[in-house]
Design a protein around this ligand. Structure first.
Ligand SMILES: Nc1nc2c(c(=O)[nH]1)N[C@H]1C(S)=C(S)[C@@H](COP(=O)(O)O)O[C@H]1N2
Ligand SMILES: [Mo]
Length: 384
């Protein structure tokens, strides 16, 4: 028995005409996911020299939505694209040493692109499903691999540019770019038919999930069921039970401590309720892909900082009653702390904040990743 060779594949569908058209949209999706991913990275890192803006309040919700939607749309595109180009994997290497080296380099760049592309889509999909079957740090790894994927994509496009150009400027049924052994019989599916099916599959994948961030799609998004679930019409990411804060959160001994330069003020929930209350409509946009708008009522963070005479533009460390876990302590940069819409919320959608949403009080700020909207807040300290 011999291994199959490139020439054994005769389908008219496995042609550069199809690969280039799917590749074009795959490139669009990867570029969108890359750019919005970089935005998300900047929003989560603390850059003293580049403070993430607080406006528009819905900005992060939109970029994160585009990130998850473009990644989801790319999954069927990548699968069909890999199927169309699969015979290339079996190309016989050239005999001449120089050509062999070039061939080898090109193969390696494709290997890197395919591996990084599959890794990004698979790890992103698992993240959106809140499934972490791995031991590496998702965010750092997904971010590092994004640069690998986009770098390999640029190389790939540069190398293939002549083929891409020829394929895209000719009709999709044009055969001049096809491999010599391509059969000229019409199969059950035309190239146009395959492309239409691929676009449809991509659309279905988006419709099935995008409801977690696009409200009008909630009804059709069978896999994106989280938006709108949860107490007070808002999904819960980590519950009070999971964070192990129920006892301390409901305790009469609860106090919020605000600290600056050695002076501290302690406030009970009743003290917070006695302060001037503000109401803001602000979204929670989870980095795991869901987002939802809500109406929050509570005390301005700036009003709390004024109690200890914290200077303008102070960076704040926000601590949660939660003892363990990555998001029990977060940083609130000065421009966010000073924004009049940034609240320690006591109420959500007109009701006392549910324990799972952060009772006695939780941070809510505009244009901010959900992971940084700290629940069960116990301390605000000026750090710079
Ligand atoms: N203390 C604490 N706050 C937290 C979290 C957490 O795990 N612990 N999760 C964050 C994440 S990832 C999100 S998306 C939002 C979700 O808020 P919600 O559960 O009230 O919808 O809370 C954030 N605040
Ligand atoms: Mo989140």
């Amino acid at each position: 028995m011999r291994l199959p060779a490139e020439e054994d594949f005769t389908s008219r569908l496995r042609s550069p005409a199809v690969a280039a058209r799917i590749g074009l949209w795959l490139g669009v999706c990867f570029t969108l996911a890359f750019l919005t991913g970089v935005i998300s990275h900047v929003a989560q890192a603390h850059h003293p020299w580049f403070p993430f803006p607080t406006s528009p309040a819905w900005g992060y919700r939109v970029t994160q939505g585009v990130h998850v939607i473009s990644g989801t749309a790319a999954i069927p595109l990548l699968l069909v694209k890999l199927w169309t180009v699969f015979p290339k994997l079996l190309t016989r290497p050239p005999k001449q040493r120089r050509e062999l080296a070039l061939h080898g380099l090109e193969r390696i760049s494709i290997l890197v692109l395919v591996a990084a592309g599959i890794f990004q889509l698979a790890s992103g999909l698992a993240n959106a499903a809140q499934w972490y079957p791995w031991s590496f740090h998702f965010r750092d790894t997904h971010y590092a691999m994004a640069w690998v994927a986009i770098g390999a994509l640029v190389v790939h496009i540069a190398v293939k540019l002549p083929v891409i150009r020829a394929a895209l400027t000719a009709d999709v049924e044009d055969g001049s770019q096809d491999r010599a052994t391509t059969s000229h019989d019409d199969g059950v599916l035309s190239r146009r038919g395959l492309l239409r099916t691929t676009w449809a599959a991509s659309g279905v994948a988006v419709l099935a999930t995008a409801g977690s961030t696009v409200p009008i799609l909630r009804q059709v998004s069978v896999f994106g069921v989280r938006s709108g679930d949860g107490p007070q019409d808002l999904p819960v990411n980590r519950s009070a039970r999971a964070a192990d804060v129920k006892l301390v959160a409901f305790s009469d001994a609860y106090r919020l401590t605000v600290g600056y330069a050695g002076s501290e003020v302690e406030l009970s929930r009743a003290d917070l309720e006695a302060m001037v209350q503000r109401t803001e409509d602000l979204p929670i946009a989870c980095v795991e892909g869901w987002s939802a708008n809500a109406t929050w009522t509570g005390v301005r963070v700036r009003d709390l900082l004024d109690l200890v005479l914290a200077p303008a533009a102070s960076d704040i460390r926000v601590e949660s009653l939660q003892q363990k876990g990555g998001y029990s302590v977060t940083e609130l940069q000065g421009n966010f702390a000073d924004d009049s819409r940034t609240l320690l919320a006591l109420q959500l959608n007109g009701e006392t904040l549910a324990i799972d949403h952060g009772f006695p009080c939780r941070l809510i700020a505009p244009n901010r990743p959900g992971v940084l909207q700290t629940k069960w807040v116990s301390r605000l300290d000026v750090i710079a």
